[in-house]
Write a protein that binds this ligand. Structure first.
Ligand SMILES: [Zn+2]
Length: 231
């Protein structure tokens, strides 16, 4: 992690990207946040969360349209005709199960596209670092969430960006419970009520998709009093 104070944040509006926003803001590193619209079910909710987080942390917000990515189809995350997998909490660490559920919501090369699109924006602004919201828990079933991927795509960007954009994450080696714990230690209260961590885009988080379940487990395992989102 460079200490450049010149970083672009990928912001979906979910727990992990918002956590990186909070930590990066505490370090005064984030100069702009970037949110992608790609036809995801939760697009409107994610966008609303991202806008509110940018207002809270007083950072410029940019939205990029990648609707062609969702239009490729084949993913329950972008196709409302496909049902989102539901998991029980005890299944969240069962590799055979979560590899199947990850496949159901997999969007072709999504994080690779996101990071490369962000790197183009970063290079154009002479920003040399991208911050992403990775975590070790989901890296079990999503290889594009892993520390290895961070290193490899940074290697790739050395060649494809003139200013050698690097990709980093403050949370890539933490699970979600550890992330929530870390957020409690920040000097500024973390706005749990502003984030949207549900795969679906209903009025309220569904409470049964994998992303909701992981978030709820992290909140419940954290032995502290934090404001619990209403589900
Ligand atoms: Zn959900």
């Amino acid at each position: 992690m460079t200490n450049s104070k010149n970083s672009l944040l990928l912001l979906s509006g979910g727990l992990d990207s918002a956590a990186n926003f909070a930590i990066g803001s505490e370090r005064n590193e984030i100069v702009r946040a970037l949110t992608f619209k790609y036809g995801q079910r939760a697009q409107a909710k994610e966008l609303q969360a991202a806008i509110e987080l940018c207002q809270y942390y007083r950072v410029e917000h940019q939205v990029l349209d990648l609707s062609w990515l969702g239009a490729l189809g084949g993913s329950a995350l972008t196709d409302k005709n496909q049902s989102l997998p539901r998991l029980n909490t005890h299944e969240l660490d069962q590799l055979d199960i979560i590899k199947k559920t990850a496949k159901a919501v997999w969007v072709p090369n999504r994080n690779g596209i996101f990071i490369n699109a962000a790197a183009a924006v970063a290079e154009s602004l002479n920003i040399n670092q991208i911050i992403v919201g990775f975590n070790i828990e989901e890296a079990q079933s999503f290889p594009d969430n892993s520390v290895e991927f961070l290193k490899k795509i940074t290697d790739s960007l050395f060649y494809s960006t003139a200013n050698h954009v690097q990709v980093s994450s403050y949370t890539a080696e933490l699970n979600k419970t550890e992330i929530v714990t870390k957020l409690r230690l920040l000097s500024r209260p973390f706005p749990f009520e502003k984030i949207w961590s549900c795969y679906d885009g209903g009025d309220k988080p569904c409470g049964v998709c994998e992303s909701c379940k992981r978030f709820l487990r992290a909140i419940n395992l954290t032995t502290c009093t934090i404001e619990r989102p209403v589900i």
